[in-house]
Design a protein around this ligand. Sequence first.
Ligand SMILES: Cc1cc2nc3c(=O)[nH]c(=O)nc-3n(C[C@H](O)[C@H](O)[C@H](O)COP(=O)(O)OP(=O)(O)OC[C@H]3O[C@@H](n4cnc5c(N)ncnc54)[C@H](O)[C@@H]3O)c2cc1C
Length: 596
Amino acid sequence: MTTYRAPIRDMKFVIDELAGLESLATLPGYEEVNSELTGTVLEEAAKIAGEVLAPLNKLGDERGASLTKQGVVAAEGFGAAYRQFVDNGWNGLGGDPEYGGQGLPGLVAAATVEMWNSSNMSFALCPLLTAGAMEAIKAHASDELKNRYLPKLVSGEWSGTMNLTEPQAGSDLSAVRTKAVPEGDHYRISGQKIFITWGDHDMTENLVHLVLARLPDAPEGTRGISLFLVPKFLVGADGSVAGQNDVTCASIEHKLGIHASPTCVMSFGEKEGAIGYLVGRENEGLAHMFTMMNEARQKVGIQGLGIAEAAYQAARDYAKERVQGRPIGQRSGDRVTIIHHPDVRRMLLTMKSQIEAMRAFGYVLAADIDLAHKHPDAAERQRHQARVDLLTPVLKGWCTELGIEIASMGVQVFGGMGYIEETGAAQYLRDARIATIYEGTTGIQAGDLVGRKLPTDNGGAMAALIEEMRAVEGQLGGADNVDFPAIRESLAAGIQALEQATQWMLQTIGQDPDAAFGASVNYMMLTGYVCGGWQMARAALAAKARLTAGADEDFCRAKIATARFYAEQILPKATALLTAVKSGASTALALEEEQF
Ligand SMILES: Cc1cc2nc3c(=O)[nH]c(=O)nc-3n(C[C@H](O)[C@H](O)[C@H](O)COP(=O)(O)OP(=O)(O)OC[C@H]3O[C@@H](n4cnc5c(N)ncnc54)[C@H](O)[C@@H]3O)c2cc1C
């Protein structure tokens, strides 16, 4: 049985030293925020993650959610845990105070999102989607819809869902066929959606579905899609829940992992048509839905980190207990725990160093999101928004790919016991597997990066990022001559690889799009590794400064050693990926279809 303890020390270090909590506290609305308050929030979140959510993780995996005549019933224990979660205010942590939220920075919320996903990914998906629905409604819905639906979503009394996918419309949402016919002040929605996460359940009084559909006269393709709010139960003007809307869960999927997160086939309008309300403008629904998708993509990136952390903790604890073999070169004497073997150390540090890199990268981007929303200077808001736009697909793609690799390495550390279900290591791998698929597959993230985000300003946001990385490289020079020269050398090579790959990509995208898109996942992963290296170098510098001030000796020495490991053993992948990027799609497209 695995346990989860939130890595609060590292979370706090990243929040204070790398993501700049102090500067966020100067933003309007965040005046009350400080390091002490953040520490208290994280301690309390850690309790619910460790004591309430983690103990349900395995049970949820084994029993799953079930479909009954009354609708979907959440896995055993989930309803009570959810009530405790919302009663303690966790659902509205980052929510808008105007609608009852606590208005804490997204940076602080990101650390809690990591905890929910480490302790119980299936559970975490429910508030994750509610948060996305809240963002989309806040940004695009009428005041009337906001006032009617947001307070209950913020409190968690109701939950939100995202209804995009249809059998013929997965990555390509332009193929959406669900219909919306105007009728008075609302629309009648009919059609089928598949794979809808937490599409139905009994943990909340009501559900609020955000649904993509087409008006009868809508143009073909993405320009003819509109966004609708479709409640499970209709809501009166006073906010009270009235009759059932014409929307039901037809079935739930049997799947590889996240068994306690019901993945629903949703039927809209089997009778008279489900009542739905337009969110934003007609035919601009896909753009509006991107508000929700971007929010969800950032959180799914953090999900990759969260599941990796859980897998690491389990592997580390096992490695300290399992006795097997003797130290290298010794034929007699006591047998040792496997953590004494250099290769097991390599695996554990491979996991730990990439987790810390992802955490720093993810939280720093969360702070950028806060700054993009709240900075008083418009030019600064725009600068941070450009960074967020550029790096959201990298956060989603890179962290979820690493989530799988790290969960898989966790199984390896356990050996045969990792392949056996009772240790929990296998569940992490099964659960992690979905994160590179939903919210846009890795291929879709990479395509977004090279096809839209990078060229938007002809590489301007990437050039600004590279300049910031170079400044950090410069600071490494004076730090010390033990660990830092190695970190500097590797970071310099990584930055150079990123710069050259970016130049190649910007030149190629217009001339030979097949080559650019064929190389896009390698480019995205390269960007992720270098961003991780940049943040680990900053972490090493901050740790060095703390050491010099005589604080946190153990933690800081471990941080510097971990940063050096990342520099020496992980970051060189960037240079190899540069070679792959430059080869474009020439070999990927070398075979005719029949030759596969
Ligand atoms: C457990 C689970 C939960 C889900 N939750 C939700 C939810 O809550 N709401 C919702 O609306 N949907 C949800 N989905 C659906 C999910 O978002 C889609 O499965 C995903 O977007 C991929 O679509 P697809 O399955 O149709 O695959 P396809 O689009 O058919 O893709 C198959 C493969 O082709 C590649 N591919 C396709 N098009 C391109 C392209 N243009 N360029 C490069 N590669 C491409 C993909 O990367 C992938 O490798 C969920 C799915 C699952 C399995």
